[in-house]
Design a protein around this ligand. Sequence first.
Ligand code: IMP
Ligand code: MG
Length: 345
Amino acid sequence: MPCTVVVGGFWGDEGKGKIISYLALRDNVDIGVRGGVGPNAGHTVQVDEKQYKLRMIPSTFVNMKCKCLIGAGVLVNPEIFLEEVELTGCKGRVGLDPNCAIIEEKHIKADKASTYLSKKIGTTGTGTGPCNVDRVRRRAKVARDVPELKDFLVDVAFEVNKALDEGKNVLIEGTQGTFLSLYHGTYPYCTSKDVTSSSICGDVGVGPTRVNDVLVVFKAYITRVGGGPLPNELSQEEAERRGWTEVATVTGRVRRVAPFNIELAKRAVMLNGATQIAITKLDIVYPECRGARKYTELSEEAKKFIKNIEVSVGVPVVLIGTGPDVYDIIDLKKAGRISPVRPKA
Ligand code: IMP
Ligand code: MG
């Protein structure tokens, strides 16, 4: 803070939603603003036993005082957006930019009807790719053309930059993950835009000089859905044996699984200019760590795993997720201990 960008370090589903909602509460974030592609994202947030699966509204909504905005670069499906406004009860503090392009039924149909997209690439079928095509052709509808969105229109770039001028806390929420980037990912098995930190900031209209921290979120193991390479991929049987199987939030597909990969983590840190790392789902790999809220409660093996990431990657781990609830977390910043081992400068 005051301006932190949160992005995914692998292929999405790293648990950004949980980390973002925790930061929104801890730092009393004034504005949470979403960049990224669109409703192909699915961020899971769990507070007080209630679970939310959000595709449009920033995960910062859990802080009742936080304004939740969607940047001009993000594609909006009005139906999903309005549903989530109801679900989260955040009307009055939610807004989207008049220039957000609009996903229409024809985009969803085109995404699903194309065997190349739906079978080979394995898209989420939410219409984001075809909508971005229309946007590049400059014929997509935008939010200001949609009467149902009239009450929500906000000059997002202006609001966010003004808040930063006033010294307020802003959290910029990325979606998907580094290796799904159209430019830096596993092309053609990727999403329809760049999703590294620079582009996420571009989506909301915040320049690079205004950003204080880039937090990259890694899960303690890797998952991906759809086609494309996944180094050291485990068989489904092995994934099940380890208890690492997951089902995708948006599509319900079983996710492909691989162990944590230091080389990929290093590259993600480089591509995003990361200053901080969060590791989520440590309890899935080390079940004895479930619910731990202090570093000292971790097993020696789990500590070794974390230290190895910090030392090899050279960026401090500041947050460690140990369970689904927003407060199932070890906050190394709050503990006054940014890093167990001082990483290389
Ligand atoms: P699209 O973004 O729906 O076009 O899908 C392109 C690729 O990105 C597919 O492999 C999807 O499974 C993947 N993808 C898109 N969004 C997400 C996400 O939020 N989490 C995980 N994978 C995603
Ligand atoms: Mg997800």
